[in-house]
Design a protein around this ligand. Structure first.
Ligand SMILES: Nc1ncnc2c1ncn2[C@@H]1O[C@H](COP(=O)(O)OP(=O)(O)OP(=O)(O)O)[C@@H](O)[C@H]1O
Ligand SMILES: [Mg+2]
Length: 324
């Protein structure tokens, strides 16, 4: 991502109420060119509503936003600059992939010949060139999903919104979609807003993460900022000579804030888990303290592996906390 990439999406205090129910509340964030922003949150958190607001399908109850510098009071212009794969996209079964994309390119005002060129290029980009002439009714779910992403890119949008694009895809299909998403950001320079429940995919391709819960932003930052920001239990595995396990366990028992476990399968490995609310920085300190205690007891350490904080742990810690 360029250092001074321009802001393509700027939301300020977005709020959407449906009657008495508030679906989205005071949502503010910015995203830049070439960024992939993961939009996370439990079911009903407001992800789809946020996407529908930012793509001008819904209008906000209050708040405002801009896309590619265009203010939200000009929805028709914004629609020219965004692309979207909706939560449940329908496709005309009788059309071929080429016909479908050409039609959408024409809707954005491309002349016939350019529309055909764009359709062909996009079908190649999403790996559907071979099936371009087949009716959509014969496409698999993964193929349809990729066609939907191609449609979202037909107007070369500044911001692309993908609502759970990998839902229901097999691992190879997920991989393929993630590759397309990465290309859209890196090669086209688009901003991608990716809503998903698959956290490893966020860790893999997102530059930042926005976690929503009951319509509100719980956190927004880079993946490492978000994982570091919360209580994340961390664990490590300490391997010592089998006749020193008892001594190591006794030394660890004197360190506060951790539990130690030895299993029958690996009687030479002590599994250490830091307990309680531990910031990641303190977490490192906690593991160091554990190791120091073992070394001070003159136990030879054969290996020590610390498992890092995961986004999935942070996500659970944050969303569960807010349910209390
Ligand atoms: N058209 C609507 N009328 C009334 N309530 C709605 C409408 N659309 C969404 N909601 C409510 O707004 C809240 C947020 O829904 P939304 O679909 O944005 O969640 P989500 O984060 O996309 O969830 P999921 O992970 O299940 O897709 C929910 O409580 C939902 O019932
Ligand atoms: Mg949704």
């Amino acid at each position: 991502m360029p250092v001074m990439a321009i802001v393509t999406l700027d939301a300020r205090g977005l709020t959407k109420r449906f009657g008495a129910r508030t679906a989205v509340e005071e949502v503010s964030f910015t995203a830049r060119q070439g960024e992939v922003v993961g939009l996370l949150g439990p079911n009903g958190a407001g992800k789809t509503t946020t996407i529908r607001l930012l793509t001008t399908v819904l209008s906000p109850t209050s708040g405002e936003f801009s896309v590619d510098g265009i203010p939200s009071d000009q929805p028709a212009r914004i629609r020219q600059r965004v692309g979207v794969l909706p939560e449940s996209a329908g496709y005309p079964a009788h059309q071929t992939g080429t016909e479908f994309l050409r039609y959408h390119a024409r809707l954005f005002g491309l002349p016939r010949r350019d529309a055909t060129t764009v359709a062909e290029r996009l079908l190649t980009e999403v790996g559907l060139a071979e099936r371009a002439g087949s009716r959509i009714s014969t496409y698999s779910r993964g193929m349809r999903q990729r066609l939907g992403i191609a449609r979202a890119l037909v107007n070369d949008p500044a911001v692309v919104f993908l609502d759970e694009p990998t839902l229901g895809l097999d691992p190879a299909g997920q991989r393929q979609v993630l590759g397309i998403v990465r290309d859209a950001a890196q090669r086209r320079g688009a901003t991608v807003i990716l809503s998903t429940h698959t956290l490893p995919e966020v860790e893999e391709i997102c530059s930042s993460v926005l976690i929503l819960d009951r319509g509100r932003i719980l956190t927004f930052g880079t993946v490492s900022e978000v994982t570091r920001a919360v209580a994340v239990s961390r664990s490590g595995q300490l391997r010592v000579p089998i006749d020193s396990v008892g001594r190591a366990a006794a030394a660890l028992a004197r360190v506060a804030g951790l539990t130690v476990e030895v299993t029958d399968e690996r009687p030479d490995v002590l599994r250490i888990t830091l307990t309680g609310r531990v910031e990641s920085d303190r977490g490192d300190a906690g593991m160091n303290e554990a190791l120091r205690a073992v070394l001070a007891a003159d136990v030879p350490v054969l290996s020590f592996d610390v498992e890092g904080a995961r986004l999935s742990d942070a996500f659970l810690a944050m969303t569960e906390e807010s349910q209390r």
